[in-house]
Design a protein around this ligand. Sequence first.
Ligand SMILES: [Ca+2]
Length: 443
Amino acid sequence: MLLMNKPNIIFIVADDLGFADLGCYGARDSVWGPVSPNIDALAAGGLRMTQGYSNSPVCSPTRFALMTMRYQYRVRGGMEEPINSKSKGSTTLGLPTDIPTLPSLLKDAGYTTALIGKWHLGYPPAFGPLRSGYDDFYGIMAGGVDYFSHCSGKGDHDLFVGEQEHHEVGYLTDLLSHRAVDYIDSKAASAKAGQPFFMSLHYTAPHWPWETRDDAEVATKIANLYHLDGGNIHTYHRMIQHMDEGIGWVTESLRKNGLLDNTLIVFTSDNGGERFSNNWPLVGGKMDLTEGGIRVPWVAHWPAVIPAGSVSAQHCMTMDWSATLLDVGGGKPHPNYPIDGQSIFKVLRDPTHTFERPLYWRMNHRQQRAMRLGDWKYLKVDDNEYLFNIAHDERERANLADREGERFATMRQQYLSWDATVPPIPEDAVVSLVYSTKNMPER
Ligand SMILES: [Ca+2]
């Protein structure tokens, strides 16, 4: 290691935040000012990735990859798009507890570990964060809850400390931020004495329902959590800003405790943007393998190692960042569970460094396939296949499959060869869509 002490690690994951929703990724200011000044400051003081992806365009599959550092298709639960409340009581639709995870392997490397926020990888007694490597858990088990009642879509109260149900009054984004600050405060002395911590901070913001800190009243009136008759970009911006403010509190807490210099903070989203997101200049969003569904912000801040103001076009996806955090923490993958993720630690130390990194995605929804290799992307949606030069056309409008026939055939074959290395989509895998064109026109 470069450093005397292993760094503390904070992995912040937003929910359904789009590629261009942050100021540092080109978002316009809201009517009341910048939407994400604190995350923008982390990017300015660290690294911003321009070609970073999520492992999936939907929630739980990405989280399987984040935890296991492997393609999510390797476990049955990872093929649900996404895990929903019907998996309560299931012993198959969740993260199997025998699989080594990022937190369990960091624990082996000497870290204390905590998840504050959303789990979404199956329900106890078969599954849960404390069974997969986290020492502490404060948050929700489901894919989404109301910000005030903390109830999931079926009306079940879903806020837990460990595996104990926990009632607390407050706006969920703020509760998670305060809890994260408390965690840092409680671990500061031991961290300075050489016992590092790994904190996953998985916000539900800016996911539906469309409620700001001032919308307790709205929460009493919505028919269901999908909130198809509510929200607007102003509410959406405020929800991002509340999360950003909390991230400012977290950063300030690290500074106050003298931990900021040797703490690696990583910020991202679990999938591309939803209905109110800004994904410009990309097309599509959540559930799509066009760039808008999978290209997400990746910001990393670590003053001791990452040069301020760095920008990198290194290709990477969620599981590569998990592999990086394991690498940074001095952990090792379990030999029986070789990981698919590739560490980009070298890029953090030298953001001018890049390496070739082929990336693959597969969705049951609309039989989608995608592969990114260098400037090029092979894409299939329903029965249509495409080839795009992402470096020239990241909006994926100019289909070069005919003009570049040989390249198209080669990439298609390479995709199929990769696909043969992961289990096929089982017959009973479920795709759950929240809305259709009956609810709102095509985007
Ligand atoms: Ca999500």
